[in-house]
Design a protein around this ligand. Structure first.
Ligand SMILES: Cc1cc2nc3c(=O)[nH]c(=O)nc-3n(C[C@H](O)[C@H](O)[C@H](O)COP(=O)(O)OP(=O)(O)OC[C@H]3O[C@@H](n4cnc5c(N)ncnc54)[C@H](O)[C@@H]3O)c2cc1C
Length: 456
């Protein structure tokens, strides 16, 4: 291995090498190990290709690192694995204002992309709480969801073209700029959401949209769960396609999230079982504010909501979002497992009642915090486990994942599978689907060098 390591170091030069790296990841809630002997930081796609070619020849496993905000242990690295980080590939190459595209290297941070688009009066329609650290390569590899899926779809919908380096070092350039291109298989789709198991994303052509400078944001209180989907339907039709976020928050999360030291008092004076953070975006400030207000008023009249606070400034909008994004407040019930399940809205209430009761009766656990992208049928359920015992983790996971199968639900709506959910994949995918995934993996990475052991 020594000789191989020297050859790999020569490819990237001194600046591209970190020996015995010490890495701590933002989303590494479960303390996955990072024991890699060598971190390589290539600067170009050609260097990535040379690294993979050499690793493939020597059957040397390699783990890909973006911004390390992933939630499922996908960047966990063993002592026999080399790490490849895209952190030095951070160029925004071009912005095509007319064609509304941006061409970027994979290591560019999501927030930098959002800011670069805004500077050209354009808009990149992906947003999530880890925007300051997550890279676009990681977003693509995980097909990240986030706060605006209800209007714009997941990362997949924001990507027009990709450059990917395959396990054998082949540079597969599919840098398409067109919105429509049905010339044969759309190969990029294979790599979006493949969590680094099929290839290394090195560049992307991103789809931009016109800027939507007018934003209306409200937090509302709701007294019954079944009113939330009705409220969603009401708001969607009242806003005529302008709804950009509909985030549901259960009172158990609201109570934690409004108590952080950096937050002011809870914006709604009364407690409610459920809350929804609702946002519309557009470009006609005054008219849209009126429509937004009207939609809330009629929701009040129909009894769909019992309370509402409307943000009157950008600062107030940020304060409302800070509640939704106050993941740090979960420390109050740590250690926790953060679930990211998908299930039909109409099944959510019964599912939550069921798991709450099972957690209490089977494991004596009663710390739960729930919030989620309700409009995308996606719930984040946070369970306080009172212990870091892996056996307890597995019992809790089994308890939450098993019922999803009968509901046609998903064990991962947006975070991916990585290492953490691998053992439960069969609850969401059939034997045939998992076998087909295995065939794809074999075809693209016959020596199993890319993120080995992740997903399948
Ligand atoms: C506070 C917080 C909020 C979050 N909110 C959301 C949310 O709303 N929606 C959501 O979907 N996720 C969310 N996440 C999870 C996370 O931010 C996303 O999964 C993100 O897309 C990961 O990007 P990253 O650059 O950090 O990737 P990493 O964590 O570095 O990697 C994630 C996976 O992608 C692979 N990978 C990384 N870069 C590449 C590349 N260039 N080529 C091939 N494979 C690669 C890695 O090997 C790993 O398997 C959140 C995380 C945090 C901490």
């Amino acid at each position: 291995m020594e000789r191989l390591l020297e050859q790999l170091k020569a490819i990237v030069g001194a600046k591209g090498v970190v020996e015995s790296p010490s890495i701590s990841a933002v989303g590494n809630w479960r303390g996955h190990p990072y024991d890699s002997p060598l971190l390589l930081r290539p600067e170009t796609s050609e260097q990535v290709a040379a690294i993979l070619q050499l690793c493939n020849q020597h059957q040397q496993p390699i783990v890909i690192h973006g911004g390390l905000t992933g939630m499922v242990g996908g960047t966990s690295t063993a002592s026999t694995e080399i790490t490849l980080s895209l952190e030095r590939m951070r160029k925004i190459e071009t912005i095509d204002k007319l064609g509304r595209t941006m061409t970027v290297e994979a290591g560019v941070r999501l927030q930098e992309i959002q800011q670069a688009a805004a500077a050209e009066n354009l808009f990149f329609a992906l947003d999530l709480g880890a925007r300051g650290s997550a890279t676009i390569g990681g977003n693509i590899a995980t097909n990240a969801g986030g706060n605006q899926v209800i209007r714009y779809g997941m990362t997949r919908e924001q990507v027009l073209g990709l450059e990917v380096v395959l396990a054998d070092g082949t540079v597969l350039s599919s840098m398409n700029h067109l919105l429509k291109n049905n010339a044969g298989y759309d190969l990029k789709q294979l790599f979006i959401g493949s969590e680094g198991t099929l290839g290394v994303v090195t560049k992307a052509v991103l789809r931009l949209r016109p800027a939507m400078p007018a934003r209306n944001t409200a937090l509302v209180g709701c007294d019954q769960f079944d009113k939330l989907p009705r409220l969603l339907g009401h708001i969607e039709s009242a806003l005529g396609g302008k709804l950009s976020a509909f985030e549901a928050i259960w009172d158990n999360y609201y109570q934690l999230a409004t108590q952080g030291p950096h937050l002011g008092a809870a914006p709604l004076s009364e407690r409610h079982p459920y809350y929804a953070l609702i946002e519309s975006t557009g470009n006609d400030g005054e008219a849209e504010a009126q429509v937004f207000l009207g939609a809330l008023e009629s929701a009040l009249e129909q009894g769909l909501i019992v309370d509402a606070v409307l943000a009157k400034s950008e600062k107030e909008q940020q304060d409302l979002w800070a509640i939704r994004d106050n993941i740090d407040s979960l420390a109050a019930i740590a250690p926790v497992i953060i679930f990211d399940v998908g299930l039909p809205i109409e099944a959510m209430e019964d599912y939550l009642k069921h798991i709450e009761s099972e957690l209490r009766h089977q494991l004596g656990l009663n710390q739960l915090a729930v919030f989620g992208h309700l409009g995308d049928s996606n719930l984040h359920i946070v369970v306080g486990t009172e212990t870091e015992d892996i056996n307890v983790y597995h019992r809790v996971e089994e308890l939450l994942y098993a019922p999803l199968q009968a509901l046609g639900g998903s064990i991962s709506a947006e975070h991916g599978i990585g290492l953490e959910k691998k053992r439960y994949l069969h609850y969401s995918r059939s034997t045939e689907e998992i076998a087909a995934m295995g065939k794809l993996k074999k075809a693209f990475d016959p020596n199993n060098i890319l993120n080995p052991g992740k997903i399948i």
